[in-house]
Design a protein. Structure first.
Lengths: 91, 888
């Protein structure tokens, strides 16, 4: 079966919306989805919640979530809220 | 400002939260998750971000100070509204003043001289219990601290102060949120159960418990297994010493004891007053609105405010006005009475009012002497106030110091009120706080005024430091032929020449005497030609004392000079304990034993060396023989270094061949060990390398042609130069092995060194099994240094390995030329005997301080292996032959 991978650019001002849009596309994805967070310097609690929800939905659909370009401050937040292990990271 | 919840005094918070409903558990989990997320997000904030949040929160707190104070008094029915306003203002304004310029993000403090920086790491989620007596100000203070330190807080207010506290949390949270704080950074439990507290105290995502409450809450916090800040109860003694400014003292105590109706646990509980001023003090109290109770009134008061069963204060009295308490007790007092004063005759259960009283009742005790006063203060301190606060009014610094030493209190306040003084920032420079750490005396982890630094994990980034090194040698060194003539420069009334019989026979002593200035009284002390023993040294000290010597000339080899060094030590500092001074150490600068600096005599030591090996004329070492234990005791301290060294080759021209070889190899070993020592520096390297070059070149000549003046001169200088190197870089494992072997089998030091030397070079040049901490070296360099030495000697080789092997080979060759036995077996020691000695040998070698600066840390098994290699003398020799052949 062919893998249908999706790549999405996430802007800092609309992390939550971007993740909502991405979650709507999860049904059509097989394999993995890559979220490009390279322009996100910081995340707020609503973004953290959105990422947790997105990770949950992706897991339900057996879709691997790859986060690209996550800066180290955001990475530390994801570690602290125990979300980091639910994503793959690429630079 | 009260940091203790009297209403919870007898309530134990359960350690288990099993009785929580699912719904309640979900609620608490939600709170923690929200706080954890907020704390995580908060880690992204910079110092500037944080400071932008703090200021508006402080302003909001100030703005709402009266509103919150009013709420607190209405709800808790404790304290004075006006005073609570002040508390709220202190909690915000004073706290802000303390923290505003302090860094709490990233690098918070720098210590450039120590190459150290401290960095802040937030705690994360803090679970905070707040008290009834001091509800809103505690919340305001903790919110500001938490934001400044990027933490999230879940508050659990006292049930009877929930409304005012949740309002304070709301004001702080909304202000913080409005200015950009992470959502969920503060939360306040919607209702309060002990099970909630237990659940949160044990929650894995709660990083710290900050329990400002009663002993039950504090104990539960500490028992939870979580890091906790808990504050204990107080029982503050205040000592009014006779020199005190009484007007200040009385005013301050009234202010303190009536502030918020005495609810601050740092407020004075028992005033201990010197007899001479007692009546005057009570008169002043009365003049300012205090009621002095008579004996009957004291009993009535005690019955009313102290629970006779527990001995603790009655909750109903806490935070009430003096006049109301008097009414309750049935006392008739003036309407304006501020404070009830109860004279007591002692401290303890039989004196009920000697305990903590968080209301305007002050016990007073008349002390007949300073001694009695201090004892009573100790009693009060131990009657429930350990670790908390103690106060003294005095102008006598000695008494203040004594009071400070006796009181077990985190805050010992001088000439200032207990309650407002302990809070900090008003009467003194203590950090403002609403949590008084009470140390272990109060079952707390700190004695500090709890502040922002307790809300941080402080990380220390310690950069590698370049420890100071040294290069210390005698002030004056005279060398080359006839250098002895320089003795005439040194004026002396009484000189003792320490030497040995053979040198006296050779006429060396006469030669030296020739140059001693006229008019000097000279005595010659001849000691046996062997390593010095304590008995010999002490005889020399007797002579020094008898002749009141001001100069010692040590003329001889290492043994004579070492003996003279120890004589000097014992003459100048008779109390010096040689056994103690020989105690082992790892780092000269950090060792436990200190050499004496007080001297009852002063004597100059001129060392004239008559052998070319030990270099004792410039070293800070002296070796004594401990015959009883069959070992050598090494003393090491720069105070042992001779003042003047004379390196004159005319004294070695007649040295026998064997001694030339032995001492020459000792010199070479010193230089080789100093070169690779972990204490080596550029200063010692230049000496070590030069000495090695000189020894390789001139030792064989001096050995073969003893009258060769140049060779003798060069070897004599080489020995001194090598000694300057090892005096500052120390030696290594070769010496440890040689000392042990020499002492056990009575083999000369140089010979023992020679047996070990090639094996030790090979050993040090290989990759260590264990590295020795070596802050002075960048990486493991011993093999490279050996290679450099090989290059200096022109031994050839392309790789480091080859060069090291060539150095080993050259050393073997030199030892062969000098006619040394090439194995321990060659000395006639049987294998069985050597095997039997091995445990002692390895123990002695490992105990020897020499190896502490060896580049490679020797394991006991490796010491044994080296001994066996030296015993067999095989392997390396073959390898050396092979190398020689290859090179050829």
């Amino acid at each position: 079966m062919a893998m249908i991978a999706v790549w999405l650019k996430v802007e800092e001002e609309r992390v939550v919306q971007a993740l909502q849009e991405a979650s709507e596309k999860l049904d059509g994805i097989e394999g993995e989805v890559t979220l490009d967070l390279s322009s996100v310097r910081r995340i707020d609690p609503s973004a953290v919640r959105a990422m947790a929800e997105f990770a949950g939905m992706a897991e339900d659909k057996s879709v691997k979530v790859v986060l690209r370009g996550v800066n180290v401050d955001v990475y530390k937040v994801l570690k602290l809220v125990k979300l980091a292990s639910r994503f793959s990271f690429v630079s | 400002m009260v940091t203790r919840d009297v209403m919870q005094q007898r309530v134990q918070i359960p350690l288990s939260a099993e009785s929580l409903t699912e719904e309640r558990t979900a609620y608490l989990e939600r709170l923690v998750r929200q706080a954890r997320t907020a704390a995580a997000v908060f880690t992204q904030f910079t110092q500037e971000d944080v400071d932008r949040l703090v200021k508006p929160m402080v302003l909001a707190g100030l703005d709402q100070a009266q509103h919150l104070a009013r709420l607190a008094v209405e709800e808790t029915k404790l304290g004075v509204m006006e005073d609570k306003v002040i508390k709220n203002m202190v909690a915000t304004e004073f706290a802000y003043n303390y923290i505003k310029d302090k860094r709490t993000v990233g690098i918070i403090r720098e210590f450039p001289e120590r190459n150290l920086v401290e960095m802040a790491e937030p705690i994360g989620v803090i679970f905070s219990i707040t008290p009834i007596t001091n509800p809103t100000s505690t919340v305001l203070f903790k919110c500001i601290m938490a934001i400044k330190t990027r933490n999230a807080v879940i508050f659990s207010p006292h049930p009877n102060a929930w409304r005012c506290c949740s309002e304070a949390v709301r004001i702080m949270y909304e202000t913080a949120l409005k200015h950009g704080a992470p959502e969920g950074v503060f939360a306040c439990l919607e209702s309060h159960t002990l099970q909630d507290n237990a659940y949160l105290m044990h929650h894995k995502d709660v990083g710290l418990i900050d329990a400002t409450g009663g002993p039950g809450a504090v104990k539960a916090a500490y028992s939870s297994g979580k890091p906790a800040l808990g504050v204990g109860p107080g029982n503050t003694p205040v000592y009014l010493e006779r020199t005190a400014d009484l007007n200040t003292a009385v005013t301050d105590i009234i202010l303190s004891k009536t502030f918020d109706n005495g609810t601050i646990c740092a407020s004075e509980q028992t005033a201990v007053i010197d007899d001479e001023i007692y009546d005057l003090v009570l008169k002043k109290f009365a003049a300012l609105g205090a009621h002095i109770c008579n004996e009957k009134e004291v009993k009535l008061l005690a019955r009313t405010v102290i629970d006779p069963e527990t001995g603790f204060m009655q909750a109903a009295a806490v935070g009430q006005k003096a006049i109301d308490i008097a009414r309750l007790a049935g006392l008739s007092v003036n309407p304006g009475t501020k404070l009830l004063i109860a004279p007591i005759q002692g401290v303890g259960r039989e004196h009920p009012l000697s305990v903590e009283k968080l209301f305007p009742v002050l016990s007073v005790y008349r002390a007949k002497s300073v001694d009695e006063a201090l004892k009573v203060c100790v009693d009060v301190n131990h009657a429930g106030g350990l670790g908390h606060t103690a106060v003294i009014f005095s102008r006598n610094d000695d008494v203040i110091r004594q009071f400070g030493e006796l009181m077990n209190a985190g805050r010992i306040l001088v000439n200032s009120p207990g309650s407002v003084g302990a809070v900090g920032g008003v009467y003194n420079d203590l950090p403002p706080t609403f949590s008084f750490g009470c140390g272990t005396g109060g079952g707390n982890s700190t004695t500090d005024n709890v502040n922002i630094y307790h809300y941080l994990n402080i990380k220390r980034v310690a950069r590698r430091t370049q420890a100071h090194m040294w290069f210390r040698v005698p002030n004056q060194i005279y060398f080359n032929m006839n250098a002895v003539a320089n003795v005439h420069q040194f004026a002396s009334r009484s000189t003792i020449i320490v030497t040995n019989p053979s040198l006296e026979q050779f006429g060396h002593v006469d030669l030296v005497r020739r140059y001693i200035p006229e008019g000097t009284h000279v005595h010659v002390s001849v000691i046996p030609d062997a390593e010095p023993e304590v008995k010999v040294v002490m005889q020399g000290v007797e002579a020094l004392n008898f002749y009141k010597a001001d100069q010692i000339i040590a003329l001889g080899g290492g043994s004579v000079i070492d003996a003279a060094k120890i004589m000097k030590l014992k003459y100048e500092s008779p109390e010096a304990d040689l056994e103690e001074l020989a105690a082992p150490f790892l780092d000269l600068r950090k060792r436990v034993i200190e050499y004496p600096t007080e001297k009852i005599n002063r004597v100059r030591l001129i060392a004239i060396s008559t052998t070319s090996g030990t270099g004792s004329e410039v070293t800070p070492f002296a070796v004594l023989t401990d015959k009883e234990r069959a070992r050598k005791v090494t003393l090491a301290d720069y105070s042992l270094t001779p003042d003047v060294a004379i390196v004159d080759p005319q004294f070695v021209m007649s040295m026998p061949k064997g001694l030339t070889a032995d001492t020459g190899v000792d010199c070479l070993t010193h230089a080789l060990e100093a070169a690779v020592s972990s204490y080596a520096s550029a200063y010692t390297d230049c000496n070590a390398m030069q000495a090695i070059r000189m020894a390789f070149k001139y030792l064989p000549i001096a050995y073969q042609h003893p009258r060769d003046e140049e060779a003798r001169c060069m070897m004599h200088n080489a020995a001194c130069i090598a000694a300057m190197a090892f005096s500052n870089a120390s030696v290594g494992v070769n010496h440890a092995l040689a000392h042990a072997f020499g002492a056990r089998f009575g083999v000369a030091h140089g010979r023992a060194n020679a047996l070990m030397l090639p094996h030790v070079i090979a050993y040090n040049a290989s990759v260590p099994t264990k590295f020795l901490p070596s802050p002075y070296q960048k990486g493991y360099v011993a093999h490279k240094k050996y290679a450099t030495i090989a290059d200096l000697l022109g031994l050839g080789g392309h790789t480091i390995d080859e060069k090291v092997k060539n150095l080993v080979a050259a050393t073997e060759q030199l030892l062969d030329q000098l006619g040394f036995p090439r194995s321990i077996a060659d000395l006639g020691i049987s294998k069985e005997e050597f095997e039997r000695a091995m445990p002692d040998l390895t123990k002695l070698a490992f105990d020897d301080p020499s190896w502490r600066s060896n580049p490679r840390m020797p394991l006991i098994s490796e010491l044994a292996e080296l001994f066996w290699k030296a015993y067999q003398g095989r392997g390396l020799g073959n390898m050396a032959d092979a190398v020689r052949q290859q090179t050829a």
